[in-house]
Design a protein. Structure first.
Length: 109
C-alpha cells in the first residue's frame, strides 16, 4: 500500500518510499472444467439438445391428427391463409399467427 501524508493542501504529496512491487512469478492460471470440456459425440451437442427440447412432439402429432380427421377445415384455413397473404398483404409469419389462432378458436386445434 502507499502512504499518504495528511497534508490536505498538497494532494500530490504521496510517499512511495518503502513500497515493493508485487511479483507474479509462481502463479499458475486456473483452468475451469468448462473450458476443457470437449464434445466428441456430435449427437450430444448442448445446442442440439436445446433445439430438440423446444419441439414438442405432442403438438406436431396433434396437428397431423387434426389434418387427417378434418381435411375440409384444413382447406378452409389454407384458403384463408392465401387470402391474408395475397389480398391483405400480410407477411408469412403474421398470416401463420392468425391461422394458428383461428384454428384454435374455431376448431379447437
Amino acid at each position: 500500500m502507499r502512504e499518504v501524508n495528511n497534508n490536505t493542501t498538497n494532494p500530490g504529496n504521496v510517499n512511495y518510499q518503502g513500497i515493493q512491487a508485487k511479483t507474479f512469478n509462481n502463479i499458475q492460471p486456473e483452468v475451469s472444467a468448462a473450458e476443457t470440456f470437449e464434445v466428441t459425440d456430435l449427437g450430444k451437442m448442448p445446442a442440439d439438445v436445446i433445439g430438440r427440447s423446444q419441439v414438442a412432439r405432442t403438438s406436431h402429432q396433434k396437428d397431423v391428427e387434426f389434418s387427417l380427421k378434418n381435411p375440409e377445415k384444413v382447406e378452409d384455413l389454407e384458403r384463408y391463409f392465401d387470402y391474408l397473404i395475397g389480398q391483405k398483404g400480410l407477411s408469412y409469419e403474421e398470416a401463420c399467427e392468425i391461422i394458428g389462432a383461428t384454428a384454435e378458436e374455431f376448431y379447437g386445434a
